[in-house]
Design a protein around this ligand. Structure first.
Ligand SMILES: [Fe+2]
Ligand SMILES: [Fe+2]
Length: 287
C-alpha cells in the first residue's frame, strides 16, 4: 500500500478516534479572537463530566493552584484561554485513546507512560528555557505518538510488520517503519491533529517530532518535543545511561543549549513528576 493510499484510507475510516464535541467546539472558538470568557465557559459547561475533570486537573499539582479554583470561568480568568483549551484537549485525548488491547509485546500502558514522560519532559524544557508555552508543550508531548495507536487499530498488518522488525532487528519504532512500510506514525499523527483542527504549531510538532523541520509553524515547539522524546526514551531504559547527542537534531542542540549536559542532574526531578502525572491521568481523572 502506498503512502497516498494509506492517507486516502484514513479519510474513509469512520471510527478514527474523535475529540468530544465540546473539545472541537473549544478549539474552534479559540481560533476566533473575539470569544469571551462567558462564551467559552458556557460551552465547556455543556459537558459536566468535562467540567469536573478540568476542575480536578487545574486544582492538581500540575497547575500549582491546589483547591483554589471552583468554577470554569474562574479557571479561565486565572489560567487563560490557551491553558484551558490544552486541559480540555489533554483530558479528551486520554479518553479517546483509551484502548486496552496491545499487540504481542506492544503494551498500551507503556505507550501512555512514554507519552506522559515526553509531555512532562517537554513542559520542563519549556519552563527552563522560556522559548515556548509549557502547556502547549505538555499537550504536544501527550499527542506526539498517537499515530502509533491509529496504526495499531486500523492498519494491523502494517503495525505487525513494524513490530516484528522492532523486536527482531532491535530497531526503534521509527526506524522499523522507515524500513518496512511507506508511512510513519508521525505523519499519521499529523493527519489526525489536522483533522481535529488543533493549532498548526501542534500539528507540525507531532508530524516532525522525528524529522525536525526548520520552517515548521513554530519550530520551538517541534524542537522541544523532539528533544524530550529522545531524553525520555534514553532514560526509560536505563537511568544511569548517557544521552546520545548524535541522535538529536543539530538545530535542537543549539536552541536548547545547556540542557543536555546537565540532564543527569535535572532528570531525576522530572521522573518524579512523570510518576505523579501517570497517577493523575491514568488512574484517577479519566476513570
Ligand atoms: Fe515517535
Ligand atoms: Fe515517542
Amino acid at each position: 500500500m502506498k503512502e497516498s493510499n494509506i492517507l486516502k484510507r484514513l479519510d474513509l475510516i469512520e471510527d478514527l478516534p474523535t475529540l468530544p464535541a465540546v473539545a472541537m467546539e473549544v478549539n474552534k472558538m479559540l481560533l476566533n479572537y473575539d470569544t469571551t470568557i462567558k462564551e467559552l465557559s458556557d460551552t465547556i459547561e455543556k459537558d459536566q463530566a468535562m467540567v469536573s475533570k478540568i476542575l480536578k486537573l487545574v486544582n492538581s499539582s500540575f497547575f500549582g493552584l491546589r483547591g483554589k479554583i471552583s468554577n470554569i470561568s474562574h479557571a479561565i480568568v486565572v489560567l487563560g484561554f490557551n491553558t484551558i483549551r490544552n486541559a480540555v484537549v489533554s483530558i479528551s485525548i486520554i479518553d479517546a485513546f483509551s484502548v486496552k488491547e496491545g499487540l504481542d509485546g506492544f503494551d498500551i500502558a507503556d505507550f501512555w507512560k512514554h507519552s506522559l514522560s515526553v509531555a512532562v519532559t517537554s513542559k520542563y524544557l519549556a519552563e527552563k528555557t522560556g522559548i515556548h508555552s509549557s502547556d502547549d508543550c505538555f499537550v504536544g508531548g501527550l499527542l506526539h505518538d498517537m499515530g502509533k495507536i491509529v496504526l495499531l487499530q486500523h492498519f494491523k498488518n502494517l503495525f505487525q510488520k513494524v513490530w516484528l522488525a522492532v523486536e527482531g532487528n532491535n530497531l526503534s519504532f521509527y526506524e522499523a517503519e522507515k524500513s518496512q512500510i511507506p508511512i510513519d506514525h508521525a505523519q499519521i499523527g499529523g493527519y489526525l491533529a489536522r483533522k481535529w483542527q488543533l493549532p498548526a504549531a501542534l500539528v507540525d510538532a507531532i508530524q516532525y517530532h522525528h524529522s525536525v523541520k526548520s520552517d515548521a509553524d513554530d519550530q520551538h515547539l517541534s524542537m522541544i518535543i523532539h528533544a524530550a522524546n529522545i531524553i525520555a526514551n534514553t532514560y526509560a531504559e536505563d537511568s544511569k545511561t548517557n544521552l546520545e547527542l548524535s541522535d538529536i537534531h543539530p538545530d535542537v542542540l543549539t536552541i536548547l543549549e545547556g540542557q543536555f549536559d546537565t540532564v543527569s542532574v535535572w532528570y531525576p526531578d522530572v521522573l518524579l513528576e512523570i510518576e505523579l502525572a501517570c497517577k493523575f491521568f491514568l488512574n484517577e481523572s479519566t476513570k
